[in-house]
Design a protein around this ligand. Structure first.
Ligand code: SD4
Length: 291
């Protein structure tokens, strides 16, 4: 039996999940909850993969990607945005206030400013220092993530039983200028179907995109798989490719179905996620493929 409300989010994000859960307990929509939850990590300067304080691209520019999906199948996203911290809220404005679903770069930034968002410098001293250190060797190699916080993907079910999701990131550290990952792409970093459930991804976005991971998970749940089985199958798609070099990168998925069952799976150890259910907020270590 589904005990509503419910929140699930990638990595160790207790404050973001509590913020979303508190809103849901008061009767807010899942859409408001995931937006406000994600804003917590965007404002958290210590999280170097999201929002302010995110690690920059090779040229030292912090560029943010975000998307949001509501329970009616609407979607909005922004890609490669500079100087705006709360890109998840900009994505929501794209969804609600424009005839489009994606805005990129300067156009997205201008749109945000026109909606009252303030421009600010997103490169913190510590992220700048990390970039300067990286520049010495300038080696681009995605690192298997073992940190406790990272790109946040969040799914919520509100008291009415409606599902929404959101995902926000600064993308991969030291990416090429212009690089976009899975996080703002519908079906890649996030997908929600209010009749079935939702899924979100973290890790090496290129691999998520090549398998349309979050869409795949929702479609597998539609066919009757549990969220856990669906996450495992989506990881299997990645690792079973011919010549897959999965040993060198991480991908993690979270999923929830309409019945309130949750699942998660990753390629490597140390992916974790927070779940709020039955009024308890827990960080859970995900099961993983590479044992
Ligand atoms: C990306 N998936 O841009 C994001 C990055 C990420 O943990 O999730 N890092 O590819």
């Amino acid at each position: 039996v589904l005990i509503k409300p419910l929140v699930i989010a990638t990595w160790r994000t207790p404050l973001a999940v509590n913020t979303a859960a508190a809103l849901l307990e008061k009767g807010s929509s899942a859409l408001d909850a995931v937006e406000q939850g994600c804003r917590i990590e965007e404002a958290n300067e210590k999280n170097q993969t999201v929002g302010k304080g995110g690690l920059p691209d090779r040229d030292g520019n912090v560029t943010l990607d975000a998307c949001i999906m509501d329970d009616k199948g609407n979607y909005g996203s922004v890609l490669g945005v500079k100087n705006i911290k709360h890109v998840i809220s900009v994505a929501r404005k794209v969804m609600e206030d424009t005839p489009h679903v994606m805005l990129v770069g300067d156009g997205a930034e201008q749109f945000a400013v026109s909606k009252g968002f303030k421009r600010e410098n997103l490169l913190t001293e510590s992220s700048k220092k990390a970039w300067e250190k990286w520049k010495v060797k300038s080696k681009y190699k995605p690192i298997i993530n073992i940190e406790n916080h990272d790109t946040i993907g969040m799914l919520a079910i509100d008291k009415k039983g409606n599902i929404s999701g959101a995902c926000t990131t600064s993308g991969l550290a030291y990416k090429m200028a212009g690089r976009v990952g899975d996080s703002p792409i519908i079906g890649g970093g996030l997908f929600v179907d209010n009749e079935i459930g939702g899924a979100a991804a973290t890790g090496l976005g290129e691999e998520v995109l090549k398998t349309v991971g979050s869409f795949l998970i929702v479609e597998l749940m539609r066919q009757g798989k549990s969220p856990q089985e669906a996450c495992e199958e989506a990881i299997a798609r990645i690792v079973s490719k011919p010549n897959s070099n999965y040993k060198n990168f991480q991908v993690g998925y979270i999923a929830v179905n309409k019945q309130g069952e949750t699942g998660a799976y990753a390629i490597h150890e140390w992916f974790s996620y927070n779940v709020y259910q039955n009024k308890e907020n827990k960080n859970i270590k995900s099961d993983f493929y590479n044992k």
